[in-house]
Design a protein around this ligand. Structure first.
Ligand code: 13P
Length: 252
């Protein structure tokens, strides 16, 4: 099964306007300058979405947010709806990132609800899952991922509207990564869990990204694994050259 790789940048809570615009312009220019056989997505903070959309015009880079509320509109102070995101030109949103699961106590149930609302509004979702270091040491990695797939991925998920990102929490921003064999084992288990939930045809087509300390030097190894269909990149997505070199190295 050939799945087109997705190279996605999660800028997290970084970049003021000038910085973000300069970064997006640099990424856009580099993506335009050569032919890539992968899809691109960048997810800046909410405050920059409108400005960055303009920088991405005429490129194949999709724009995504980092979270969304499940309600269409109304009394939800500080929240952002799917329609507000599509109105700004977003076609994706990340949901269930471990930083939201931990900092904002987001449950699988809430993430599932957000995914349903996003899909209904025509937004694609990148649903994040992954174990803590403690869970890994206790041999619970696969079980945690299966449970998060079961709970967070809605029944309406298709290979078109949903991308899974496996991000071991202990590998995020630490410079540590699992071995390639470990990554492949977990991704294959995730695909099995998706098969059980959504059927073989959908699971075989659905992209499963790896995230956690991806950089140009480890991209080729991690992204050449059979069940790894791209990367969700934090720190290295804040440097245009690193972000592009990850794409170059992963599609060689
Ligand atoms: P780093 O690439 O900085 O480890 O972050 C990964 C991540 O959390 C992307 O969502």
């Amino acid at each position: 099964m050939v799945r087109k790789k997705l190279i996605a940048g999660n800028w997290k809570m970084n970049c003021l306007q000038a910085e973000g615009i300069a970064l997006a312009k640099e990424v856009a220019a580099k993506v335009k300058a050569q032919k890539f056989d992968c899809d691109f997505l960048i997810c800046p903070p909410f405050t920059l979405l409108g400005a960055i959309k303009k920088c991405l015009r005429g490129t194949k880079i999709a724009l995504g947010a980092q979270d969304v509320h499940f309600a269409e509109k109304g009394a939800h102070t500080g929240d952002i709806s799917s329609l507000m995101l599509t109105d700004l030109g977003c076609t994706y949103t990340i949901i269930g990132h471990s930083e939201r699961r931990v900092d904002h106590f987001e449950s699988n149930e809430l993430i599932n609800k957000k995914a349903v609302a996003a899909h209904q509004a025509g937004l694609n979702t990148v649903i994040c899952i992954g174990e803590t270091g403690e869970e890994r040491d206790a041999g619970k990695t696969i079980k945690v991922c299966q449970d998060e797939i079961d709970g967070s991925v809605p029944n309406d998920a298709t290979a078109k509207n949903t991308v899974i990102a496996y991000e071991p929490i202990w590998a995020i921003g630490t410079g540590k990564t699992p071995t390639a064999a470990d990554v492949e084992e977990v991704h294959a288990a995730i695909r099995k869990a998706l098969t059980k939930k959504l059927g073989k045809a959908t699971a075989n087509k659905m992209r499963i990204l790896y995230g956690g300390s991806v950089k140009p030097s480890n991209a080729a190894e991690l992204l050449s694994l059979p069940d790894v269909d791209g990367a969700l990149i934090g720190g290295a997505s804040l440097k245009a050259e690193d972000f592009i070199n990850i794409a170059i190295n992963s599609t060689k």
